[in-house]
Design a protein around this ligand. Structure first.
Ligand code: THU
Length: 160
């Protein structure tokens, strides 16, 4: 028996103003998207903004539904929109922010498992890492240099 050890590291920015300028602007777009989320059931608003290598910014926010599982997370709304609109562009980075209508969100909110799997598909397809920056509504911002750091041992098309 041998053991495989997977080490992951994240960068931590103490506040929004510590972010590189382009990421700060991307996070502002994610905040705007977050505020327009349709989340009447969870009252948990999430916004995502993607910067593509063609210079375009694509947004997403969570879209809920009375039939709960029919709703979709902000991150997937964003990447599917990017895939639909700019199929040949690469996703350079993604900014994510979340807020609650019930309490203050100070923890950085990472993408859920299903979103990680969905983003991984795009990262593998484009053969270039996607940097992920995520935060709550205030406080620290965490950066993952690649989606693969959030989802090691990814199930992918080469396994089919
Ligand atoms: N949500 C997201 O938009 N992204 C995530 O990664 C986690 C959860 C949404 C889904 C649902 O509308 C609400 O947050 C509560 O789970």
């Amino acid at each position: 028996m041998k053991e495989i050890k997977i080490v992951t590291s994240f960068k931590v920015y103490e506040q929004l103003t510590d972010l590189p300028e382009a990421v700060f602007s991307l996070m502002q777009v994610a905040i705007q998207a977050r505020n327009a989320a349709y989340a009447p059931y969870s009252q948990f608003n999430v916004g995502a903004a993607l910067r593509l290598d063609n210079g375009e910014i694509v947004i997403g926010n969570n879209q809920e539904n009375a039939a709960y599982p029919s709703g979709l997370c902000a991150e997937r709304v964003a990447i599917y929109q990017a895939g639909a609109k700019y199929p040949n562009a690469k996703i350079v980075e993604m900014a994510i922010t979340a807020t609650s209508q019930k309490h203050k969100v100070t923890d950085p909110i990472p993408p859920c498992g299903a979103c990680r799997q969905s983003i991984a598909e795009y990262e593998i397809r484009q053969e270039q890492p996607i940097a992920i920056y995520f935060m709550g509504e205030e406080g620290k911002i965490l950066k993952s240099d690649s989606l693969s750091d959030l989802l090691p041992l990814t199930f992918q098309k080469s396994h089919l």
